[in-house]
Design a binder for this molecule. Structure first.
Ligand code: UDP
Ligand code: XDX
Length: 214
């Protein structure tokens, strides 16, 4: 069974190194692919310091779904681990927790939920667990999702919805002491809030598209 990790990254120079350090300590992940989604900061330069990591540079920002599709297009795998590039507190046991239920064939997808990380980020995932970017997913499931490449922030909802529509088993796992940097922390209160609204809009737009007749 070939296991890979795909990390979509847009302006994550401050945190992506920490994620890659941890992934480098998990031998059963055969390839780590970072898709630099048109970043304007030093994300690509930071990733290039990790010689074992495959760096895919996109000239223009395609959104999270587009970045993930670009990673899938360049890979061959049975199971894909997805992690966001802005995680704080990631450990190898979190990675194993996400992988185990899928590699043991107990489920086709795991979803990782923050626990005891920070109140705000724990709560956000309690309210909307299906938005989490931390997952392990069987590749055949990913291939069945329509329009992943244009889904932008609709990507998690798209995958979750397909799994639910087919009545496939999903496993939620709790990732202790893990959190991420929020949009407001990255961009400041106003730009962060605007980015959050844009994210919700991208999710709704993807929904509307797949619900209307083609
Ligand atoms: O256009 C984008 C927006 C986000 N991301 C990446 O997708 C992940 C989740 O995005 P973000 O952290 O902004 O979402 P949040 O967790 O704040 O909702 C991160 O690794 C981002 O760098 C991306 O590749 N392209
Ligand atoms: O938890 C949430 O409400 C959002 C917003 O997180 P921030 O606190 O704005 O960083 O984050 C998630 O949603 C996105 C859409 O599904 C995912 O792509 C992110 O990985 C996930 O962190």
């Amino acid at each position: 069974m070939r296991i890979i990790a795909i990390i979509p990254a847009y302006n994550e120079e401050k945190t992506i190194g920490g994620v890659l350090e941890v992934l480098g300590q998990v031998p059963r992940i055969e390839e780590v692919i970072v898709v630099n989604d048109g970043s304007t900061d030093q994300t690509a330069q930071v990733v290039a310091q990790y010689s074992a990591v495959t760096l895919v540079n996109l000239d223009e920002n395609r959104g999270k779904g587009g970045a993930i599709q670009a990673g899938l297009d360049r890979s061959r795998a049975d199971v894909v681990l997805f992690l966001d590039a802005d995680l704080i507190g990631l450990r190898t046991d979190h990675v194993e927790q996400l992988l185990d239920p899928v590699t043991n064939n107990d489920t086709v997808m795991s979803i990782g939920l923050f626990e005891n990380g920070r109140v705000a980020t724990d709560l956000a995932q309690k309210v909307a667990p299906y938005l989490s970017g931390q997952r392990a997913v069987r590749r055949d499931v990913l291939e069945a999702v329509d329009d992943l490449d244009i889904s932008r922030f609709g990507v998690e909802v798209a995958i979750t919805r397909l799994v639910e529509a087919r009545n496939l088993p999903v496993r939620e796992v709790f990732l202790d002491d893990l959190t991420h940097v929020t949009k407001e922390e990255k961009l400041g209160v106003f730009k962060g809030f605007a980015a959050r609204m844009k994210m919700y809009w991208e999710i709704v737009r993807y929904y509307a598209r797949i619900d209307s007749p083609k």
